[in-house]
Design a protein around this ligand. Structure first.
Ligand SMILES: NC(=O)c1ccc[n+]([C@@H]2O[C@H](COP(=O)([O-])OP(=O)(O)OC[C@H]3O[C@@H](n4cnc5c(N)ncnc54)[C@H](O)[C@@H]3O)[C@@H](O)[C@H]2O)c1
Length: 339
């Protein structure tokens, strides 16, 4: 049984907590947060996807250790695995502390605030190959997105001609998001999911061309990027948290293959629709689990097997932040940026 400690009990820490409770082979033995109300379960963070962060701290038993400072949890000898769900600027400090303390690590996205910090974490993780380390790039586990990855890899519907990814929301509530120095803006915090998925499906882009605007924070709140990849397809992603309050959250893709079009829309009745040439559109049956649950299940399997993850690696996550930094540079310079 993997003994898990979760640091940060905001939306993501609570989401992970719920996921571990559903996963055989994992036991949450400690939690940490600076907020006494979150630590006691009196207050609960809420998610932006239905069913997310539903059970929370209130569902934990008496025997779970509770700390008001993340480093105390890291130094608890009963904790074998540290799950880091702290605000992004704290990822580097606590990932390095957890690795130094000999703990396995699951690290929320973005891996770190800068690509240079990602490299520092990567070097520390590589120096301790006996510790399992995984970045929480959840879209790689998301039902309907895993389907797309397999369809692309198999060439099931021919070559990809074009792919459009879209992730649009209003600014998340809570302390650190509105401060773009801390969060990196929507381009790093939100749009990163699509940047990572582009890399996952189509490899490291050779060039990015991005356009952006700033309206609700002091960072890039809305971005549109064209990725140049080896397959020559037209690949575009749009990300924003500049929508009016109450807009909610939209997550979509449209991928046009030689012989079919696939459309994912989180808000649609048929979330994933496939239209093969000459056939009627069909809804594809998806796993009812959330990507977060499948991500945690995979991580726990890696812990049990004692093998490093392959579905997503720390190196992938560091490369994703590198691509996002190239997108920022493209917006700042008004020029395409090579990688
Ligand atoms: N994978 C996803 O889809 C997804 C979605 C949302 C957020 N995230 C990422 O997850 C991370 C956390 O996001 P969030 O929305 O949960 O943030 P949040 O601000 O709601 O929660 C972070 C918590 O950490 C606590 N904290 C801060 N410093 C601490 C310390 N030293 N010791 C103990 N507790 C401390 C805060 O009190 C807070 O409750 C961010 O990096 C964010 O980008 C990922």
């Amino acid at each position: 049984m993997a003994k898990i400690g979760i640091i940060g009990l905001g939306m993501m820490g609570t989401t992970h907590l719920d996921a571990y409770q559903k996963t055989a082979g994992a036991e949450v033995v400690a939690i940490a947060d600076k907020s006494p109300a979150l630590l006691s379960g009196e207050a609960t963070a809420s998610g932006n996807i239905e069913g997310q962060a539903a059970a929370g701290v209130a569902s934990l038993g008496e025997g779970v250790a509770r700390y008001s400072e993340a480093s105390e949890l890291i130094n608890d000898p009963n904790v074998e695995v540290v799950d880091i769900c702290l605000p992004t600027p704290l990822h580097t400090e606590y990932a390095l502390a957890a690795l130094a303390a000999g703990k396995h690590v699951l690290l929320e996205k973005p891996m770190a605030r800068t690509a240079a910090d990602c490299q520092t974490i990567l070097d520390a993780a590589n120096a301790k190959p006996e510790l399992i380390t995984m970045p929480a790039m959840c879209m790689r586990f998301w039902p309907g997105w895993d389907w797309l990855k397999t369809a692309v890899d198999e060439g099931r519907y021919g070559k990809v001609i074009s792919a459009t990814f879209r992730r649009i929301a209003s600014l998340p509530p809570g302390g650190f998001y509105a401060n773009a120095e801390a969060s990196g803006g929507a381009i790093l915090d939100l749009h990163i999911h699509d940047t990572d998925f582009v890399q996952y499906c189509f490899g490291m882009p050779s060039e990015v061309t991005s356009f952006g605007s700033s309206s609700v924070t002091n960072g890039i709140d809305h971005v549109v990027t064209r990725y140049t990849c080896d397959n020559g397809a037209l690949i575009v992603a749009e990300g924003s948290w500049a929508m009016a309050d109450g807009f909610g959250f939209q997550m979509q893709y449209q991928v046009n293959f030689e012989n079919a079009t696939a459309v994912f829309d989180l808000a649609a009745e048929k979330v994933l629709t496939l239209i093969e040439k000459g056939k009627d559109p069909v809804g594809i049956e998806l796993d009812s689990a959330m990507g977060y649950d499948l991500e945690i299940e995979y991580f726990v399997k890696c812990l049990e097997a004692g093998t490093q993850p392959t579905q997503v690696t720390m190196e992938d996550a560091a490369n994703t932040v590198r691509i996002v930094e190239a997108e920022v540079k493209s917006i700042e310079t008004g020029q395409p940026v090579k990688l």
